[in-house]
Design a protein around this ligand. Structure first.
Ligand code: ZN
Length: 313
């Protein structure tokens, strides 16, 4: 059953049940003045749950007017093509660098299949192409007027080269996608989701500065929920982003295989996480939100591609 929470006037959080767990993947619904927008509506595997969530919030899914993508990773927007069968008029707003992957998802499917293998269908469901006429390309500096809000678009690469955030200057609400990291509710621990192929530590750190400069009141994370202490949260993320990167770099210099580096990172990190949450279930939930294998693969590719000089012993 989908869980829906009204967070503020005009903002709902829809928790999409994923791998049997709640509060790991969240979409945000904005509604006012006859417009209904969804930010990061989620993967195809949870499309029915999302439609159910829209109804629970009191709206007709067929009347959704906008689908906003912070970036086009499958857990955020893989289901858009499928959703458009129900809401054919919805405009899909996506950064210029991500648009082609929604219109023709073949490359995205191939690169995701390298990470997820046989579990593709189970995890992400169907990944239908998005008709080009639904797509509206947006870029850094654009200001959108949607559901009676003015939403600024800011380009925030690092996690993905096509990542943007949506910022409501008047309310201080900032819809952060994955650039503000992963922090499950009730746990004081921010984990950097660092998938291949785009990970760029320097760009991500600059994006963290962009977010700080906006002075948001609330960060709305896709994984998961709002956080009202943006500055310490973002610094916590930056510290982990760099320290995990160094950890993987040193392990690569030691000549370890990918599998051995994954094991070593788990050994290094799990005690930290256990200190902030004694529940075994929390470890599993973080792993569902952003797994260690993907984390290590992202860092390894980053070091090889961007800083091969640092791999010399
Ligand atoms: Zn992502």
């Amino acid at each position: 059953m989908t869980e829906v929470t009204q967070l503020r006037p005009g903002i709902w959080q829809i928790s999409l049940p994923f791998q049997g767990e709640h509060d790991i993947i969240g979409a945000y619904l904005l509604a006012d003045g006859g417009e209904i927008a969804l930010i990061d509506p989620g993967p195809g595997s949870t499309s029915e749950a999302l439609l159910d969530g829209i109804r629970q919030a009191g709206f007709d899914p067929a009347r959704v007017t906008h689908l906003l993508a912070t970036h086009i990773h499958l857990d955020h927007t893989g289901g858009i093509g499928t959703l458009l069968h129900t809401m054919p008029e919805a405009r899909v707003l996506v950064h210029s660098k991500g648009a082609s992957h929604l219109i023709n998802p073949d490359k995205l499917i191939t690169s995701s299949a390298r990470i997820y293998g046989e579990r593709m269908q189970e995890l992400w469901g169907s990944i239908d192409p998005v008709p080009e006429h639904n797509v509206q390309i947006i870029n850094d500096g654009d200001v959108l007027t949607i559901a009676q809000r003015r939403l600024e678009v800011h380009y925030t690469p690092g996690h993905a080269s096509h990542h943007i955030i949506f910022f409501d200057v008047h309310s201080g609400d900032l819809f952060a996608g994955d650039v503000a990291g992963v922090r499950l509710q009730g746990v004081d621990y921010v984990r950097p989701p660092t998938p291949p192929p785009d990970l760029d530590i320097e760009a991500w750190s600059a994006s963290i500065d962009t977010l700080k400069r906006l002075r948001p009141d609330v960060l709305y994370l896709a994984h998961f929920g709002p956080t009202s202490t943006p500055i310490p949260h973002l610094e916590h993320l930056r510290e982990k982003l760099y320290s995990w990167g160094d950890f993987v770099l040193h392990a690569m210099r030691d000549g370890l295989s990918e599998g051995a580096i994954i094991d070593r990172l788990i050994e290094h990190v799990q005690p930290e996480l256990k200190r902030v949450s004694s529940e075994e279930r929390t470890l599993k939930r973080y792993e569902i939100a952003t797994n260690y294998a993907m984390t290590v693969q992202g860092y390894m590719r980053y070091w090889r591609k961007r800083h091969p000089e640092r791999l010399q012993p």
